[in-house]
Design a protein around this ligand. Structure first.
Ligand SMILES: CC(C)(COP(=O)(O)OP(=O)(O)OC[C@H]1O[C@@H](n2cnc3c(N)ncnc32)[C@H](O)[C@@H]1OP(=O)(O)O)[C@@H](O)C(=O)NCCC(=O)NCCS
Length: 168
């Protein structure tokens, strides 16, 4: 198994994570997002299949994205002189694991990889990982330490965040 950064020349191996929109993003949109500097996609593949993929973009967390209690908790993590109106983040825009490889902790390994990369190899400041989680995937993110940004959520996706400073 190897991880590669998507290039325009990449030939996709078969992929199905069980979510049509995510499959379509990888096979049809990911190269356009790369070209437009909107998202960088990383692919995990073996000899035969695309095992998993994830896409990353710059993001930020601000009061507008969260409820007041959550925002107070986020701000309280920083000393008063570092209080700001927003904090830098990296967004997992898309994440999918091939149905043939699900429930083998590959999704968890990917989240650990993102967390470690952004506290050790990042060239800019970044203190949170964010994701708009599909409802079915919320337990997966919760078991990996992500918390909802708002208590009430009626949409198809739940905005969630992970605090990278807890790893320092
Ligand atoms: C969600 C997804 C990325 C998880 O990847 P994975 O490699 O199968 O997950 P892991 O094996 O690392 O699971 C980690 C934990 O989350 C739990 N989990 C994973 N998917 C879950 C789900 N759909 N519902 C409930 N719990 C789930 C696992 O039981 C496991 O718990 P454990 O550590 O107690 O055993 C993968 O199932 C997937 O691609 N699903 C379809 C697309 C999708 O929903 N992507 C997320 C978009 S926001």
């Amino acid at each position: 198994m190897r991880i590669v950064r998507l290039t325009q020349e990449h030939t996709f191996k078969p992929f199905d994570c069980g979510e049509g929109d995510l499959n379509e993003f990888l096979l049809q949109d990911a190269k356009q997002y790369l070209k437009g500097l909107l998202a960088v996609t990383y692919i995990i593949e073996d000899e035969d299949i695309t095992v998993a993929f994830f896409s990353l973009s710059n993001d930020r967390i601000s009061l507008a994205d969260s409820d007041k209690a959550t925002w107070r908790r986020i701000r309280s993590m920083f000393p008063h002189r570092k209080h700001r109106s927003d904090y830098p983040a990296v967004k997992i825009g898309r994440l999918g694991v091939n149905v043939k490889a699900q429930n083998k902790h590959i999704g968890t390994d990917i989240l650990d990889f993102v967390k470690q990369t952004f506290i050790t190899k990042n060239r800019t400041g970044c203190c949170f990982v964010t994701v708009d989680a599909l409802r079915a995937a919320v337990p997966f993110y919760k078991s990996n330490g992500f918390k909802p940004l708002c208590k009430e959520n009626k949409g198809d996706t739940i905005p969630m965040y992970y605090d990278l400073t807890q790893l320092l």
